[in-house]
Ligand binder design. Structure first.
Ligand SMILES: CC(C)(COP(=O)(O)OP(=O)(O)OC[C@H]1O[C@@H](n2cnc3c(N)ncnc32)[C@H](O)[C@@H]1OP(=O)(O)O)[C@@H](O)C(=O)NCCC(=O)NCCS
Length: 190
């Protein structure tokens, strides 16, 4: 278990091993509070580890920051809304035809987990939602590293769901080979 923020020594050791360090931070309150925390912590981390790759994400109640020495990364966290209406409009917008065929009526949790994988992959590639999520194939086996292609672009990413607090989904993506991921324990902002 890593302490927060990681010491220079810990950071150097982990990052030289090719790890991605991820912090999932409980931030009670509206999304603005989590967004502000993710920016603050990401900036502090980058100040401590300049020339590294960082990614951040926020949803109401949870902030996330990821850091890697080796390659571009993307992280995404989302609150799972049990009332999410996974209707045809949403599924057509988010899923590719193979994913649609693989699960006709996904639960809000399954859908949100897949969505975080897509968004983290799109962030690792640096394109965000400028590239439609339905053009990116991840599949429903999100608990293991999966290769994601981006159509005509030469780049591909590796993406994997992260263990996350109940009620949230989280995923990490990296350009290049899958990496070990160290998760810093969650805690509440003072
Ligand atoms: C990347 C994106 C999907 C994130 O959406 P989100 O779930 O609302 O926000 P998250 O909290 O998960 O992530 C936000 C962080 O993603 C990062 N980010 C934004 N755009 C990014 C991109 N193209 N590539 C990688 N990272 C990006 C930023 O660090 C941002 O943090 P900040 O708001 O503190 O600056 C979204 O902001 C996006 O696609 N932006 C590009 C604009 C765009 O393409 N619009 C067309 C829509 S059809």
């Amino acid at each position: 278990m890593l302490s927060w923020p990681p010491s220079q020594e810990t950071g150097r050791k982990c990052l030289s091993e090719g790890d991605i360090i991820v912090a999932l931070i409980s931030v009670p309150g509206p999304i603005a509070a989590a967004r502000s925390a993710s920016r603050q912590w990401c900036n502090e981390w980058l100040a401590r580890f300049p020339d590294h790759f960082a990614s951040r994400s926020a949803t109401a109640g949870l902030a996330a920051v990821a850091l890697s020495k080796a390659t571009h990364i993307g992280i995404d966290v989302e609150r799972i809304d049990p009332r999410l209406n996974c209707d045809d409009d949403l599924l057509n917008l988010a899923l590719d035809p193979v994913e649609r065929a693989g699960m006709r009526s996904p639960s809000p949790e399954a859908f949100t987990r897949l969505w975080t994988c897509k968004e983290s992959a799109l962030k690792a590639a640096g394109v965000g939602l400028a590239l439609p999520a339905a053009t990116v194939h991840v599949g429903w086996q999100t608990c293991k590293w999966t290769t994601v292609g981006f159509g005509l672009r030469a780049t591909s990413a590796q993406v994997c769901s992260l263990a996350s607090p109940p009620g949230f989904a989280a995923a990490i993506a990296t350009l290049g080979a899958p990496r070990s991921v160290r998760i810093v324990t969650q805690f509440t902002m003072p």
